[in-house]
Design a protein around this ligand. Sequence first.
Ligand code: PLP
Ligand code: SF4
Length: 323
Amino acid sequence: MTLWKSILKKNFHKTEALLDFLDFDEKNRALVLQKARFCLNVPIRLAEKMAKNAPDDPLFLQFVPLKKELDKHHESLSDPVQDRCFQKTALLLQKYQSRALLVTNGVCAMHCRFCFRQNYPYNFSEKVFEKELAIIKSDPSIHEIILSGGDPLSLSDDILRALILNINQIPHIKVIRFHTRFLIGIPERVSEEFLSLLKESKKQIVFALHINHKKELDQDVFDYVKKIQLLGIPVLTQTVLLKDVNDTKEALKELFLDLISKGMIPYYLHTLDPVQGAMHFDVSIEEAKGLIKELRKELPGYSIPRLVKEIPGKEHKTPIFDL
Ligand SMILES: *Cc1c(COP(=O)(O)O)cnc(C)c1O
Ligand code: SF4
């Protein structure tokens, strides 16, 4: 078995085992939801970075289900971004002109409690994407294929290589974009084999890494990101603004400074998509605008991501300006 698959197999899936590992006392255990619908899935590396017996740790909050998830919120939805209205097939979404998004699989290296796609009707029956690639091939207005999911890096290198080689054959595709969070959980995923398949792409590759907090980063993550960057692949990042995780000027500043110091460019800061079970992470638009305004005073312009909200039906993600 490849190294990354054997690491993935060791993920925590049992809440009790994780809470024991984190030395949780009875009082703090009572906050945790034992049988969450979107099940617990935490890589060892992330569990090791969580502070002991600390339910306010920014990593704990992102990955461990709390009883708060059961609170009812009228404004929350099962599919907040209306993915299901934009399905060309079960695995191909197109909301915006010129780029199409392939839902490559439903598997992730970790389960994030605020994930807007946690209820997505994943369909695993087909892994070769024949139908999807045929649709893309027949539509010359599509210039970019976004590999998303789930997490595209959960796919085997063989499947990814086949996908890249097939996309090589489509002249109007200029860019392949990977949307992934895998690296903060299992950076070893960037194996020599994976790097070699990236090199086989005739299209420009772009990475958009999902990173929300400085604690998700460390020297190993940076070293593996560098291997991707050395191939001439731009590495952008996206962050979700989350209450009690990263909704302070300091937390965002530390994160963005760490990213630019390693050549990663903060691309989007997303407001929370109002998915059921995640409303305790919501930060108001006014607060979000205020944070960006403060950050602009202290950081270079290129380190400030675009603050955006996904409003279903719009022709692009909606930027929130601070005029
Ligand atoms: C967010 C998203 C994209 C990418 O939008 P960009 O503004 O190009 O980053 C593409 N397709 C779908 C369905 C999306 O949700
Ligand atoms: S890695 Fe991405 S797709 Fe997977 S659970 Fe987290 S936010 Fe959702």
